[in-house]
Design a protein around this ligand. Structure first.
Ligand code: GLN
Length: 303
């Protein structure tokens, strides 16, 4: 399969959409990013790497971080994790409060904000130094010790994070989080603020293709757990657009409001794409199109 040519063809085909959508501006630091950027990287399990455009530009991974958080929590808690958070698609926005109220503070899944805030609480309770542990895990996943939090982004999100603070307060009211709200929120915002490039994200996501034993920085997951983690990405990775992504792309994946998307083709490859302009559901317009064309041109998907 000539993935290099396919990435180049895809880019030409999606150019007409390059001005569609707009970047996230509810986090002031993200509003400063140039929206007219695009990068893509595909890495196969045999170690071949294909890139196009700005595959080495780092950006805010935002909710893609939730995959790493879930992997750590599953490694620590195993199946008991599902007592604290559900694994059903939410069908609502990533920051919805309504469902959380109706369902008495048990988040539908770990990939909406409420779910990830509960997972942040778990890591704070379980680990002596959660900030350092999280970074070591992500650094090990992509084999790069430069990966770091961007404190300007994290603090900017904290300053305007009224909705996430409301979610954390509701969780605390229902007894779903144990630690101090401020501590939990700041750790959550820090994990969202991590910056990585498409090349680094593709490398990190390769671990989720299940092609070799999963053990990074001491965190282990069995093949069966990785399978289940992919199932949650497939059904919950794109909030109220999870069905659409599944329909168009046919791979497990996860998006973030920084404009990044990762997707995994089990036992074959991982791919990361980035372009900051988002659709109304908070998913990258060009990123979604690029992945749709990738599985269409290659005629490869899990279905
Ligand atoms: N940090 C962002 C938030 O909590 C993450 C959301 C996202 O990427 N969908 O709003």
């Amino acid at each position: 399969m000539d993935y290099q040519k396919i990435l180049e063809d895809i880019y030409q085909e999606i150019l007409p959409y390059s001005k569609d959508g707009k970047q996230a501006d509810y986090i002031p630091a993200l509003a400063k990013v140039n929206p007219d950027q695009f990068g893509m990287c595909l890495e196969t399990v045999t170690g071949e790497i294909f890139t196009h455009k700005q595959a080495d530009t780092r950006f805010s991974i935002q909710s893609i971080t939730k995959v790493f958080t879930l992997a750590m929590c599953l490694s620590i808690k195993g199946e008991a994790l599902w007592k604290r958070v559900g694994k059903e698609p939410s069908g609502t926005a990533f920051n919805s409060l309504v469902q959380l109220e109706v369902e008495k503070g048990i988040p539908r899944n770990p990939f909406i904000n409420a779910g990830a805030i509960v997972l942040s609480d778990i890591l704070i309770s379980e680990l002596e130094n959660p900030e350092e542990e999280f970074l070591s895990f992500v650094r090990a996943l992509c084999g790069n010790d430069e990966i770091d939090y961007n404190m300007e982004v994290a603090l900017s999100e904290r300053e305007k994070g009224y909705l996430n603070a409301a979610i954390a307060n509701m969780l605390k009211y229902h007894g779903t989080i144990d630690n101090d709200i401020e501590r939990v929120l700041m750790f959550y915002f820090k994990m969202c603020s991590v910056e990585m490039s498409c090349r680094e994200l593709a490398k990190a996501s390769l671990a989720f293709t299940n092609h070799s034993p999963f053990e990074y920085a001491g965190y282990k997951l069995s093949k069966s757990r990785i399978k289940r983690l992919n199932a949650v990405m497939q059904t919950c990775g794109f909030y109220d657009e999870a069905g659409e992504f599944s329909y168009l792309v046919g791979l497990p994946g996860k998006s973030g409001v920084g404009g990044g998307i990762i997707a995994v083709y089990p036992h074959r490859y991982s791919v990361a794409v980035w372009s900051p302009r988002l659709n109304s559901k908070g998913n990258s317009v060009m990123g979604m199109k690029a992945l749709e064309l990738l599985t269409t041109y290659t005629e490869e998907s899990i279905f």
